[in-house]
Design a protein around this ligand. Structure first.
Ligand code: ADP
Length: 229
C-alpha cells in the first residue's frame, strides 16, 4: 500500500544516513589509528603528527555536533518570536567578521513586527549555516545580503551571496547527507537547515548560477504581524 511504501522510504533514508555517518567517522578514525601506531613506534614524531591528528578529531566532533542538531528529540518549545530579532542577532554575529574578510554584509528588514511561531535557536542555527556557506562562497569584495519580508500568510527570509555559485550537479545533490565540495566540509549544513525549516512547517530552496552567486529563500508560517495585532 501507499503507506507501506512511505514507511519503507523513510527507513531507507535512515539507513542511508547511518551508512553515511559510519563512513564519515570511520575515515578519520582510520587515519587517527594509523598515526597513533606511528607515534607508538617513534615517540619523537609525536609533535609532527599532532596537527593532523587534531584536525581529524575536530572533523569527527563537527560531524557529531551537526548530527545532534537534527537528532535532538522534539520536546522543544515553540514561541512567538519577531523575525527581525532572529535575523538581527545573526547579522550582529557575523557582519564584523565578514568585513574583516573583505565581505560586505547587508540586512534589509521589511514588515518589521512579523512574528513566527518557532524555536528561535533552531532558526538561528539555520541562518548561521546559510551565512557560513555564503561567506565560504564569496571572496574579498563579495557581498552577502540578508532580507526578510511578508507575503500573504508567510514570512520570508533570504540569504543571497555574490559568490562562486553552484553548478547543476552540486545544485542537484545539495542537502544530501555528506555531500560536500569543500575539503574541510561535512556536507551536513544544508540537510540540517532543511530538517529544521520543515519541522517548522516551512520551505527552503536554493537557486544558484556559477560565477554569479546563490540565493537561499526560506519561508515560515506567519504567526502574526506584531505591529498591527
Ligand atoms: P559543507 O558546507 O560542509 O560543504 P553544506 O551541506 O552546508 O556542507 O553544503 C553542501 C555543499 O553545497 C557545499 O560543499 C557547496 O558545494 C554547496 N553550497 C552550499 N551553499 C553554497 C553557497 N552559498 N554557494 C556555493 N555553494 C554552496
Amino acid at each position: 500500500s501507499e503507506e507501506m511504501l512511505l514507511r519503507s522510504e523513510k527507513l531507507s533514508v535512515v539507513g542511508q544516513l547511518a551508512a553515511g555517518i559510519a563512513h564519515e567517522i570511520r575515515n578519520p578514525l582510520t587515519t587517527l589509528k594509523g598515526f597513533l601506531q606511528l607515534v607508538a613506534k617513534q615517540p619523537e614524531s609525536g609533535p609532527k603528527y599532532a596537527d593532523i591528528m587534531s584536525t581529524e578529531i575536530e572533523r569527527i566532533s563537527r560531524i557529531t555536533n551537526e548530527l545532534l542538531a537534527v537528532a535532538r528529540p522534539q520536546f522543544s518549545e515553540f514561541q512567538s518570536t519577531p523575525v527581525e530579532q532572529i535575523v538581527t542577532r545573526v547579522y550582529d554575529l557575523f557582519h564584523s567578521e565578514a568585513l574583516m574578510q573583505g565581505i560586505v554584509m547587508e540586512m534589509h528588514l521589511q514588515d518589521e513586527g512579523a512574528m513566527v511561531l518557532c524555536e528561535a535557536d533552531r532558526i538561528h542555527q539555520v541562518l548561521v549555516n546559510l551565512i557560513k556557506n555564503a561567506m565560504d562562497a564569496v571572496t574579498g569584495g563579495g557581498r552577502v545580503y540578508l532580507s526578510t519580508w511578508v507575503d500573504a500568510d508567510k514570512v520570508y527570509i533570504r540569504v543571497r551571496d555574490t559568490g562562486i555559485g553552484m553548478d547543476a550537479t552540486t545544485l542537484e545533490h545539495v542537502g544530501e547527507p555528506f555531500y560536500t565540495t569543500k575539503s574541510g566540509g561535512t556536507g551536513l549544513g544544508v540537510m540540517v537547515c532543511q530538517r529544521i525549516v520543515q519541522s517548522h512547517g516551512g520551505c527552503i530552496e536554493w537557486d544558484s548560477k556559477v560565477g554569479e552567486g546563490t540565493t537561499v529563500t526560506m519561508n515560515l508560517p506567519l504567526h502574526m504581524l506584531g505591529n498591527h495585532a
